[in-house]
Write a protein that binds this ligand. Structure first.
Ligand SMILES: C[S@@+](CC[C@H](N)C(=O)[O-])C[C@H]1O[C@@H](n2cnc3c(N)ncnc32)[C@H](O)[C@@H]1O
Ligand code: SF4
Length: 475
């Protein structure tokens, strides 16, 4: 108990040293405060441009899709054994191969058929261009809800349709319950044999009450068991926790960190809970804000996380991510940086191609509705529903939105963009200077980055750097 009080006191003192809480009113005036809403229409600023700034796709007028020599591949499996009350992703319920509902089982089959058709179509296009795959991420949803047989078929199709560079990283997402299920171990071993090097799954909290309200089906004990099983097969695994869910508070954060200290996962991601207005957690937040953390508590919890993770020997790779070894999450870079091509297949999956060429690249997203996606594919139509060209404006925005997460530098590529957009660049410099005056950005030898105070509000600050056309659209 004493440890907890000491740790909370140390976190509070560190916040005071950064000028929190006195500076909160001034920061709020600049539009910076911890938000329970979803700043990039996801739980963090996941993509640049953000997903809610995409425009309807018209194949006759859109820029052509040109993948370069190599691209990352993302495959979306849109099914889970639970519908979590906070979750942003395009998912539907499936209880897996033993699901007693025939209609749910055949829906999964219908989805997989559509997915395979899309994979074949994209595979052909990429082979024709000579584009190879340089990383594979099978996410969702919960890919491990599929049976081993279905997973085998999926892997076979991916391998036969795409030209995959040997030895590239593969990651698969799972959930605690699909890991601890009777056939869970068999699935993990299958994935390992297939060359998957990284497993990632959500725990969200080790508090049974928080888990229940989050709609998670696992208990604290099952989450711990899943970690033990994952560790026994995958030396490189990650699990996610979420701060600020219903009934979450700094005490719960401390208890979660105690479990992290016992389990010692190689990688941990500790998200802020952000809720879309159609989510149950958002309704609860509107009706009972007192059952959620206040902004001050969230900041205290964040500082507690940073301190404790450092004491446990972890390196912080951004505001949310911690690694015990020297490996960063390679997939994070591919997903967020439009400078590296990404092909996403499946409902709601997004892609970006040719973003740092001399002509415009394209960011595009498949239909977010599972039914809409399947119907498009079944009717021989492209699954793409929305797009945004990646022009110089978006490239300049990306240099801040993505760059400031680590260190923003101005390499030859960024300098070229700046030369073409001097007026907009000046506006960005004015904004960066204002945030520097507020102590949120700091210069470093290689460029600039978020300061410690800035990292507390990472997503809120990054979203200020969306391009003018994105901001005029999404506010
Ligand atoms: C695809 S899921 C992970 C795998 C698996 N489906 C599971 O939940 O165990 C990706 C992660 O996104 C995070 N996430 C989803 N919605 C979120 C939200 N509204 N706020 C914060 N994090 C969220 C969760 O931590 C979740 O584990
Ligand atoms: S958090 Fe994971 S298990 Fe829950 S609905 Fe989202 S993707 Fe599915």
């Amino acid at each position: 108990m004493r440890n907890k009080q000491d740790a909370l006191a140390k976190a509070a003192a560190a916040l005071c040293q950064l000028g929190v809480p006195e500076r909160l009113p001034q920061l709020r005036e600049t539009g910076i405060s911890i938000s329970r809403e979803d700043p990039g229409r996801s739980h963090s600023v996941v993509t640049q441009p953000p997903l809610h700034s995409l425009l309807p796709y018209n194949p006759d007028t859109a820029h052509p899709i040109r993948f370069r020599n190599s691209t990352g591949l993302y495959v979306h499996i849109a099914f889970c054994e639970m519908m979590c009350t906070f979750c942003h992703y395009t998912v539907d319920l499936s209880l897996g191969e033993d699901d007693i509902s025939e209609s749910r089982r055949s829906r999964v089959e219908r989805y997989l058929d559509a997915l395979y058709r899309e994979i074949r179509m994209r595979g052909k296009e990429l082979r024709k261009r000579g584009t190879r795959i340089d990383s594979v991420f099978i996410g969702g949803g919960t890919p491990t809800i599929l049976s081993t047989l279905q997973l085998r078929q999926l892997f076979n199709i991916i391998r036969s349709e795409f030209d995959i560079i040997p030895g590239v990283p593969w990651c698969v997402e799972a959930s605690p319950r699909t890991i601890t299920a009777p056939r869970g171990e068999e699935k993990l071993r299958f994935l390992k044999e297939e060359g998957v090097g990284r497993l990632s799954f959500g725990v969200q909290s080790f508090d049974n009450e928080v888990l229940k309200r989050a709609g998670r089906r696992q208990s604290q004990d099952e989450a711990i068991e899943a970690c033990i099983r994952a560790a026994s097969i995958f030396p490189n695994y990650n699990f996610d926790l979420i701060q600020g869910l219903y009934k979450g508070n700094p005490d719960e954060v401390w208890d979660n960190l105690q479990e992290v200290g016992k389990i010692r996962p190689p990688h941990l991601t500790y998200y802020h809970g952000r809720f879309g207005d159609d989510k149950q957690q958002w309704q609860w937040f509107q009706e009972h804000p007192e059952l959620f953390e206040t902004e001050e508590e969230t900041l205290l919890g964040r500082m507690l996380i940073w301190h404790r993770m450092e004491e446990l020997g972890y390196r912080q790779t951004d505001g949310n991510r911690f690694a015990r070894d020297h490996n960063n999450d390679p997939f994070k870079v591919v997903r967020t940086s439009v400078r590296h091509d990404l092909l996403g297949v499946g409902a709601s999956a997004y892609s970006h191609a040719d973003a740092d060429g001399t002509v415009d690249g394209l960011f595009f997203r498949n239909d977010v509705s599972i039914d809409g996606y399947m119907t498009r594919i079944e009717n021989g139509l492209p699954p793409i529903a929305t797009v945004r060209p990646i022009d110089d404006e978006e490239r300049l925005a990306a240099s801040y939105v993505v760059g400031l997460r680590s260190i923003r530098t101005e390499d030859r590529y960024v300098k070229g963009v700046i030369e073409r957009l001097p007026g907009l660049y000046r506006e960005y410099r004015v904004l960066a200077a204002r945030l520097t005056d507020l102590g949120l950005i700091e210069p470093v030898q290689e460029g600039e980055r978020l300061s410690e105070l800035g990292r507390l509000f990472e997503d809120e600050i990054l979203s200020l750097f969306y391009s003018p056309s994105v901001r005029s659209m999404v506010g």
